[in-house]
Each structure stands twice: as structure tokens, then as C-alpha cells.
Design a protein. Structure first.
Ligand code: LLP
Length: 419
């Protein structure tokens, strides 16, 4: 459930009419709901009520806006980060360093250093050499870096190919079959406190079955490592829980997820870390846009809106579905394509879809855009970087301003030899 609803026939974010935000801030603009973020954060936590010693690190790649991070820090969430930039954001938002997990297959030495300097809670190692380097950096500081090995359980998450990470051929994690030998070699290193394993098999999962298979394999590995004399105190179960983008989608609920986790991990006797992203953020945001033109098409008219693939890349990248609804729906519908102004045929949000009747000047939203929306935006076609607004009750704040093409141009320089 979210807090984007019709009040007196007009779409609101909580109690704020979206038309007011469009008038004040302009379009396109991402609009987030505080109450929806809180609701999702609490539902996720409550879903894990049957799991002792569960900790949650929001995968901030899903929505790294500082206000969103602060909101989630206030809910007791830590952060899963994958770059020095994300680490800096988590800290700037007031997330305690011990609640920060550093994931990612290509951390630089400078980023490992940055994590050690900040005193983060956990490094998820993706290859043996990374563990050796992290240990050396830690020894130089006279500390031990808390770390887990991320394993690849060779499980097909059954999701879109581009957001699957747990098959053997994917670049992520260590082959689970080699984990024991690598653990044996890394655990004695002086600068490491190698204390567990991590797994993440993909995103937008519509079924618990692949997660359960992956977690079961991790449980077997934990037992094997313990039998070999290793102390295993931490397991990171990653993220991946899907969300409904269409009303017909029925992903597992956080409660069903929590029930499965409680059953599979019973007796593990470890601190469990979770890294949800999408399930917290996706339905807490919409992309508010204005219809520029309705252009006749060969089969269906093209509704040309002022947002584009540079603002919301998911449709062009993953053939993702985002609901398109009018801010003031008349109740009438039409079959149309919805497209942005960018000069690419992939800049189409919907094809031959039954949508609310709209005409030029009308406002509409692309729903479920709070995760992997603004964070993946670019300035392609020299369009401004899309701004973000956070609503709470009957007030709102601009939490990221629109960055003009001129501001970006100011960072570009024509060298003297061309003048
Ligand atoms: N942990 C790790 C190590 C991850 O790589 C990811 C996502 C997550 C947690 C969070 O997964 P979530 O709970 O959000 O499914 N841009 C794509 C999604 C990429 C996901 C990358 N990794 C999209 O728009 O669908």
C-alpha cells in the first residue's frame, strides 16, 4: 500500500496535491512519500520479527537521496553501499558506521581505505585477492577489518537477466564450492576478522523459492565452515524481494519472506543482515510528468511527456512496467503509447496500453518509481538532472534540486589549442 491516492478526484502524495508540486517545482520531478517509506520500513522489520538478531541495511543504490537515507536511519536502518560515494552519503545522512556494509565486485583500494577510516561494520569480499589487500590495509592501521565472503550459490533467481546475480556465470561472489578453501586461506590473515558469509542472488524476485534454495546452500556452507573450525557469527542474506509494479503482480510479502527466513535459518545462531532496496523504496515514489503533445500514430497515438529515459531508465533497460496514470483522471481511457522526448526509439514508457485519457498540458505520473529511478537518471540529450521532492502529511520539501544543463556545461572546457 502507498500514500498516492485520489482525493476529490485528484492524485495526491499524502495530503499534498501533485498539481501543487508541479506548479511550484516544475516537471518532471520525483515525488516521495515519507509515510510510505516508513510503512515499508516497518513492514519489513515486522516481517522479520520471528528472526532473532536481524539487522537491516538499506541498499542505498535504490534511492540514495540524503533525506530518504535520514528518514530510514531514523527507522533504525543501516546502509548497504557499493562505492565510496554511497559510503559518504550514508555517513552524511547520519547512519552509524557500524551499520554500514560495503558490497560490490570492484571496490578500489581507496574505497577499502575509506571504509576502514570510517570504521564501517562489514566488508563483503568478492574475491580472495580483495581479502588479502583489505588485510594489508587494516594491518597498516593496526586494526582488523570485519568481513564476510560473498558466495555465488549458482541459483537462478528467475528474474530479468540484467538484474540476476546468483548464477555461476555472473560476475558476483565466489563459487560456493571454493568458499571453504578460500575461507581457510583468508581467515588466518592478521588484518581480517573473517566472520561469516554473504549472498545476494538478484532483484525483483517474484518467488521465495530461489531465495530459499540459496539460503539453504549458505546454511550448509556455514555448517561446513564451523566443522572446519571457523567461527561464524554473521550471515548477510542480501536483498531482492520483488514489489508489485502491476496490480496483477503478487510478490511475496515481507511477512512471508520473514517466515521463510525464520524457518531456513533456525539454529544458525548468527547475526543476520538484510539488504532490501526496492521493497522499501519502489512504491514510495512516483515520477510526476506533464503531457507535452498527443501525437497521432500509425496504430496508436503517442502521448509525449516531458520525462524521458534519462529520468527513468528502467523501461529502456529492463523492459520494466510502470503504471501511467493521470493526476486528474476523467474516468475515460484510451489506447496509446507513452514516450519521452529523447531521440531514441527505446525512450518509450508504454506501448499500446490502455491509459487514462490525457491531452497536452495534463499532469500524469509513472508509478512505483521510488527505487532505481532518480538514482539512475542522467543528463542525456543535455536535459537537466531531474529533481526530487519529499512529502510528509500536508507539507513537502525539495530534497534534490534540478541541475541545469548550464551547470553541467560550466564544468566542461574547450582547450586552448582549439580556440
Ligand atoms: N544487495 C546487493 C549486493 C545488491 O547488489 C542489490 C541490488 C541489493 C542488495 C538490493 O536489491 P533489491 O532489494 O533492491 O532488489 N537497477 C535495477 C536493479 C539493480 C539491483 C542491483 N543490486 C532495476 O532498476 O531493476
Amino acid at each position: 500500500m502507498d500514500h498516492f491516492t485520489l482525493i476529490d478526484g485528484e492524485l495526491h502524495a499524502e495530503n499534498v496535491p501533485l498539481a501543487r508540486i508541479a506548479a511550484d517545482v516544475g516537471t518532471p520531478v520525483y515525488v516521495y512519500s515519507t509515510a510510505t517509506f516508513q510503512r515499508h520500513a516497518r513492514a519489513f522489520r515486522e516481517g522479520l520479527a520471528g528472526v532473532p538478531r536481524a539487522r537491516i541495511a538499506f541498499a542505498i543504490k535504490a534511492n540514495p537521496n540524503l533525506a530518504v537515507l535520514r528518514l530510514l536511519a531514523n527507522e533504525g536502518f543501516g546502509a548497504d553501499v557499493v562505492s565510496g560515494g554511497e559510503l559518504a552519503r550514508a555517513l552524511a545522512a547520519g547512519m552509524p558506521p557500524e551499520g554500514i556494509v560495503f558490497s560490490g565486485v570492484g571496490k578500489t583500494r581507496a574505497e577499502l581505505d575509506q571504509g576502514l577510516n570510517a570504521g564501517i561494520g562489514q566488508f563483503n569480499l568478492e574475491l580472495e585477492e580483495e581479502g588479502v589487500v583489505l588485510s594489508e590495509l587494516a594491518v597498516a592501521r593496526n586494526i582488523r577489518a570485519p568481513a564476510t565472503l560473498r558466495v555465488n550459490p549458482d541459483v537462478d533467481a528467475g528474474t530479468h537477466e540484467k538484474i540476476s546475480t546468483g548464477r555461476a556465470e555472473n560476475k558476483f561472489g565466489l563459487p560456493i564450492s571454493e568458499a571453504r578453501a578460500i575461507f581457510d586461506r583468508l581467515a588466518p590473515l592478521q588484518g581480517l576478522n573473517l566472520r561469516g558469509v554473504a549472498v545476494h542472488i538478484g532483484s525483483q524476485l517474484q518467488s521465495l523459492e530461489p531465495l530459499e534454495r540459496a539460503y539453504t546452500r549458505v546454511g550448509e556452507l556455514v555448517a561446513e565452515l564451523r566443522a572446519a573450525g571457523h567461527s561464524i557469527t554473521h550471515v548477510d542474506l542480501g536483498g531482492g524481494l520483488g514489489v508489485p509494479y502491476r496490480t496483477t503482480d503478487t510478490p511475496p510479502s515481507p511477512a512471508e519472506f520473514g517466515e521463510m527466513v525464520a524457518r531456513v535459518t533456525r539454529g544458525w545462531d548468527v547475526e543476520l543482515m538484510f539488504e532490501p532496496g526496492r521493497v522499501i523504496a519502489a512504491n514510495a515514489g512516483v515520477l510526476l510528468t506533464q503531457v507535452l503533445w498527443v501525437k497521432p500514430g500509425v496504430t496508436h497515438p503517442y502521448v509525449i511527456v516531458d520525462s524521458a529515459m534519462n529520468d527513468l531508465a528502467r523501461v529502456a533497460l529492463y523492459d520494466a512496467y510502470h503504471d501511467f496514470v493521470a493526476v486528474k483522471p476523467s474516468g475515460e481511457t484510451m489506447t496509446a503509447n507513452v514516450a519521452g522526448p529523447v531521440c531514441e526509439s527505446s525512450d518509450v514508457f508504454a506501448k499500446g496500453r490502455e491509459i487514462d485519457v490525457v491531452k497536452s498540458g495534463d499532469l500524469a505520473v509513472l508509478r512505483s518509481a521510488g527505487a532505481y529511478g532518480a538514482t539512475m537518471a542522467s543528463t542525456y540529450n543535455s536535459r537537466p538532472l531531474v529533481p526530487e521532492v519529499l512529502v510528509s502529511g500536508d507539507t513537502y520539501a525539495v530534497v534534490a534540486g534540478r541541475i541545469a544543463a548550464e551547470t553541467i556545461m560550466a564544468e566542461e572546457h574547450v582547450p586552448d589549442w582549439l580556440k
